[in-house]
Design a protein around this ligand. Structure first.
Ligand code: F3S
Length: 387
């Protein structure tokens, strides 16, 4: 693997021990995956930020590092909101540990905005090379924006943030971004909500595993694309997908689709996921809400009062720019929390059945929260929370 003179210096330890360790990690990764060089990145998104997932060992490792990020870097959601963790019923011992994790990242120059939707906060463009780690963010960056990132682990994304580069392999290379399989959706999808696209992703992820699907027969908007990709990354390992005439690479590049396997998806296969069960909480914002989603939730909640806990998750930067929607939602008794989500926060473990509008949350809530999950549209979620 070729390293330029400056990269060689870092690897030799001439720029400090932490940068040497990080370069060793990137070079080892590059060698395993056959990268011929490193490529400069525009930004990093670092997972491994919730104390619930990294524990004491992760905290000790982070605390041992001593350098600063050289490109913009944000964190993945953590186990609690930074500002209002008491309101979420977080145990103070957990909060102290989570704050220590955050402090360690702050020392490393990582922006403490904790979100799986960094693209709402920092401009990310077609062709940008990135080192992002949260699977839905990776899927959105690759598929909806046309940027280029592999699905990084927490340590490799952090190493990339601290060095400013990542090994050039996998989805950084155009030849690896071609579709492998066609998914033909046979549905009158005009009436489909974000939740239906989440359910399609939940179903499709199981069908395609880690292949790159090319969808035909659908016309999702950006929030629906976000839901589709997040769910496919949860039930499968899809880091990139294309939608005919919608996603940028499908529009720009004439992929040769001849000879590819075609999988048909019928409406009944999606609709069967919308089963009705009694729930004791409702959680929306997986991935974190866009401004449009927050406004929609506020419209639905206007003048109503929740009778069941209703959690809404979004990036702090998105909440701060949508104060009227925030006020309406909170006035109903629902709570909007930043920095965390229904999957990574231990606060959700108190519930036995949770309603969501996300295919990804439908896949993760049972294992991560020990609760049964039900999917519904945002209208159904609000109706259940206020009935
Ligand atoms: Fe984001 Fe948490 Fe869902 S990290 S994609 S809101 S599981």
């Amino acid at each position: 693997m070729y390293l330029d003179p400056e990269e060689e210096e870092i690897l030799a330890g001439e720029k400090g021990e932490t940068r040497q360790k990080m370069m060793e990690l990137l070079v080892a990764l590059g060698k395993v995956f056959g990268a011929d060089r490193l490529v400069g990145i525009k930004s990093a998104q670092v997972s491994g930020a919730s104390y619930k997932t990294i524990g004491e060992y992760g905290l000790a490792w982070l605390s041992s590092l001593d350098t600063r990020a050289v490109v913009p870097a944000v964190l993945n959601p953590i186990g609690m909101p930074r500002r209002r963790w008491q309101e979420m019923g977080i145990n103070p011992d957990f909060a102290a540990k989570q704050q220590a994790v955050i402090a360690a990242y702050e020392r490393l120059g990582v922006n403490l905005e904790c979100t799986c939707t960094p693209y709402y906060l920092h401009k990310t463009s077609f062709g940008d090379h990135l080192a992002w780690s949260e699977s839905s963010a990776v899927s959105y960056a690759n598929s909806v924006i046309g940027a280029r990132t592999n699905r990084e682990g927490g340590p490799s994304a952090l190493a990339a943030a601290l060095i400013g580069k990542t090994p050039c392999y996998g989805l950084h290379l155009e030849k690896n971004r071609r579709p492998h399989v066609i998914i033909e959706v046979k549905s009158d999808e005009k009436d489909w909500s974000i939740a239906h696209y989440g359910a399609l992703g939940y179903h499709a992820g199981k069908l395609v595993g880690n292949k790159i699907p090319y969808f035909r027969g659908i016309k999702p908007d950006p929030d629906q694309l976000k839901a589709l990709g997040a769910a496919m990354a949860a039930t499968g390992a899809v880091a990139l997908y294309h939608v005919d005439n919608i996603t940028p690479e499908a529009k720009k590049i004439r992929f040769n689709l001849s000879g590819l396997e075609v999988i048909s998806v019928e409406p009944a296969e999606i609709n069967r996921l919308f089963t009705e069960i009694h729930v004791d909480a409702v959680a929306v914002g997986c991935p974190h809400c866009s401004p449009e989603e927050l406004i929609k939730i506020a419209e639905l909640l206007k003048g109503k009062t929740v009778t069941k806990p209703l959690y809404v998750f979004a990036a702090q930067g998105v909440i701060d720019k949508n104060v009227p929607a925030f006020s309406i939602i909170e006035r109903s008794g629902a709570r909007i929390f930043a920095d965390t989500c229904m999957v990574v926060s231990p606060a959700m473990e108190q519930y036995s059945a949770i309603m969501v509008n996300s295919g990804k949350a439908l896949a993760y809530v049972p294992n991560m929260c020990g609760a049964v999950a039900r999917i519904g549209t945002i209208e159904e979620c609000v109706a259940v929370a206020t009935s």
